[in-house]
Design a protein around this ligand. Sequence first.
Ligand SMILES: *Cc1c(COP(=O)(O)O)cnc(C)c1O
Length: 402
Amino acid sequence: MTKRNIHSGDMTRAIHAGEQPDPTTGASAPAIHMSSTFVSDSVAGFSAHDLGEDSPFLYARWSNPTVHMLERKIAALQGTEDCLCTASGMAAAAAIMLTFLSKGDHVVISDVSYAGVAELARETLPRYGIDVTPVDMSNLEAVAAAIRPNTKLVHVESPVNPIMRLTDIVAVARMAHDAGALVSADATFASPMGLDAVALGVDLVMHSTTKYMGGHGDAVGGAVAGRADLVKQMRLEAGIHHGSVLSPFNAWLIARGAATLPLRMRAHQQGALAVAEWLEAQPSVTRVFYPGLPSHPQHDLARAQMKNYSGMLSFQVGDTATAERLAAQMIEKLKIVHYAVSLGHHRTLIFWMETAGLMESSFKLEGAALESYRAFAGDGIFRMSVGLEDPEDIIADLAQVL
Ligand SMILES: *Cc1c(COP(=O)(O)O)cnc(C)c1O
């Protein structure tokens, strides 16, 4: 497992980190090593517990050369010592929670997050004797009040999927570290280009690499980047014991996408800003939430914390009946924009997300927490992932229905 650190700009790192010309064939592009097992030159038995930086490849659930290449690339992009790639973004979230939490521990988690992560925390963790406190992380007093002596992990998501609310990560990380807890952040929406999560104090940065990292909507995967000792623990627990491994084929596709991540994120940001500004000028649109717009209620925090505002935005059009009529029109009439879930692809995607339904299935918020959600989402939002098409074509497509 050779490790070549490339200290250079983002564009160069995205292309070269983890890769090298094939030593036997001279191939410039990396090979896809589908091999599940590796011929050993040692008679000694081998335990996953002894896995080290220089261990040879042995079995693909431990480590595989193509997956390793992607792990080095993501670690370089995120500025961490190491990275574990997983079968999906959900597997990355599960890797963090099931490695660093045990019976009797407590976790504080953003009360709005990717719906699957919200359900994992609220439904699965309590079955294993782990206490969970979902909290509105835009409210720092609420975070402080939620932390307890047995809090082992604070899990942040910023911007949160789907409502684009932000968390002051520096402030939350400081509170968590003062209490001796680890800090994990789901940076899927921002990508490593948008959030320098480690500089903000995060210990473990997770991504659904299905989204911006891969960037082309053709491979499901996940990753957690962080300190080598933490990644090693997750590799043993989540990779080797739980079996949450990424296929080498998907790793190759995601690495090929990641090579253009810095370039794509600049174009996503440019397109999203143009679409957001156009949406704000439409009489039928009541609110637009994009961190790069001065109208975003946390725009100052976005400017301080985000290096790129990404391509994600949300907007509202009035009551639920109006929105559902518009969604039906979109399904029927949109030519370029796909009415579909997921995000971060070169194709523009849009999807209607009703507040009542999400409360029932995933978030279950009440009182002040529900008010805070509704301040960003009202009765529901159209979540839009602005792709890499010409912004004027995306706008012309939307103009047919808005
Ligand atoms: C999509 C997503 C996930 C889950 O990722 P999968 O690859 O679909 O398992 C987790 N967090 C966020 C913010 C996401 O958008």
